[in-house]
Design a protein around this ligand. Structure first.
Ligand code: PMP
Length: 422
């Protein structure tokens, strides 16, 4: 049946499909860390709707919250509502205490990319400047400006006259032997550096689509220092890292920095009902709110689920589970480190990647990554790819995943790699 669904979808949707291209299944239903396809096959889902289903598929408490809200109000534009207020309070309560009082919230069209657009416009209006600094390997979405701001070239190359004034700088990760922060600082301070003082610096602290690449703590702190000293708002894109994915509510907490603007979306509701916000320093709040409006900013179902998701994360020590299960994945996948075609295994919290490279040339081995993904699917595990030429096999489990499921998934992944390299 999956094949028939895929064939029909192909006919109607042309080449718009991305995920099923590599994961040729049609989904019927999901529960917790598992998903069932239309043929009755059950898979462990370590893609979780691209990091959206933070509490797994159809978490009963979230389903209850959404169902109850359905009976009251579904769509509220930007009118105040009890659900919206509760959501707002829940989000603010998760911020470090020092940030809470000076933070404002702007509800965006319900995607990550839309919130990135809002963040950049906010900073452009507040600073009166037009350029933006972004980093190589970062991903910020597929709308026009968000794509222009993404470091991954990919389909961007075919889009002419994409937003100008974006300056890309190297992103410093573990093992990088260049002083990327000094280079950035010199370029920003030097009036001959060719980079006009930007409206914002946009940073993804753990690059997700870029292949699970965490920034070093030193790099992140120095980017914070230089942006602060030059009066450049620092925008941190937490669309993928946010809502507990890396073991703290936001990744920036682990880096010991406080951004001026935080972009959040994906897992805000925990169950896939779309919602996106920017949380920003009130000092930047000089824009006319009409600068970023949109019809779908009042999804009451997302608000109701999001309040419940925050409650569960708090009461069920989900962040503790993220750290423990993350360590477990690290320990289990350490056995891959000796494999000649595994360049690196890395992760933060429940965001992990296995980078594959040809040992002879050092080139990204995307064919092997695709083969591992296919092999894992055959044995009941859905994995994601990312990074340069899709050479990184990625794991994005639900944040409440159990030790048993992690163990089974790691066994499948290790066996899939062995089978694909045999
Ligand atoms: N920023 C980051 C870090 C992301 O990972 C993504 C989505 N993968 C986006 C922005 C864009 O989000 P959306 O697809 O909801 O527009």
């Amino acid at each position: 049946l999956s094949a028939e669904y895929l064939a029909r979808q192909d006919r109607w949707e042309s080449n718009a499909r991305t995920y099923p291209r590599h994961l040729p299944i049609a989904l019927a239903e999901g529960y917790g860390s598992f998903v069932r396809d239309v043929d009755g096959n059950v898979f462990i889902d370590f893609l979780t709707g691209a990091g959206v289903l933070s509490l797994g598929h159809n978490h009963p408490a979230l389903v209850r919250a959404v169902t109850e809200q359905l009976g009251h109000l579904t769509h509220g534009l930007d009118f105040p509502t009890p659900a919206k207020e509760a959501f707002l309070q829940a989000q603010l309560s998760m911020l470090p205490p020092g940030m809470r009082d000076r933070t404002k919230v702007h509800f965006c069209g319900p995607t990550g990319a839309n919130a990135v657009e809002a963040a950049i416009k906010l900073c452009k209006v507040a600073t009166g400047r037009g350029d933006v600094v972004s980093f190589q390997g970062g991903f910020h979405g597929s709308t026009h400006a968000a794509m222009a701001l993404s470091g991954l070239l990919g389909p961007k190359q075919a889009v002419r006259n994409i937003m100008p004034g974006v300056h890309f700088f190297p992103f410093c990760s573990e093992g990088c032997d260049s002083d990327c922060a000094s280079y950035l600082e010199r370029s920003l301070r030097d009036s001959n550096g060719g980079v006009p003082l930007p409206a914002a610096v946009l940073l993804e602290l753990v690059q997700g689509e870029g292949g699970v690449v965490p920034a070093t703590v030193d790099f992140a702190r120095r980017v914070r220092e230089v942006t602060r000293s030059l009066g450049i708002p620092l925008v941190v894109d937490e669309v993928q890292t946010g809502c507990g994915r890396t073991g703290t509510w936001f990744a920036f907490e682990q880096y010991g920095i406080e951004p001026d603007v935080v972009v959040a979306s994906k897992a805000l509701s925990g169950i896939g009902t779309p919602v996106a916000v920017i949380l920003y320093d009130a000092a930047l709040d000089v824009w006319d709110p009409g600068t970023h409006i949109g019809t779908f900013r009042g999804n009451q179902l997302a608000f109701a689920a999001g309040v419940e998701a925050v409650r569960i994360v708090r009461e069920e020590d989900i962040l503790g589970n993220v750290r423990r299960r993350g360590e477990q994945i690290g320990e289990r996948l350490a056995e891959l480190a000796g494999e000649p075609r595994v360049r690196e295994v890395r992760g933060r919290g429940l965001m992990w990647g296995v980078e594959l490279a040809d040992p002879a040339t050092g080139r990204p081995d995307s064919a092997l990554a695709a083969a591992v993904q296919t092999e894992a699917l055959r044995h009941g595990l859905i994995l994601e790819l990312g990074g340069r030429d899709d050479c990184v096999v990625r794991l994005l489990p639900p944040l409440n995943v159990t030790a048993e499921v992690v163990d089974t998934a790691c066994t499948i992944l290790v066996a899939a790699l062995a089978a694909a390299t045999a």
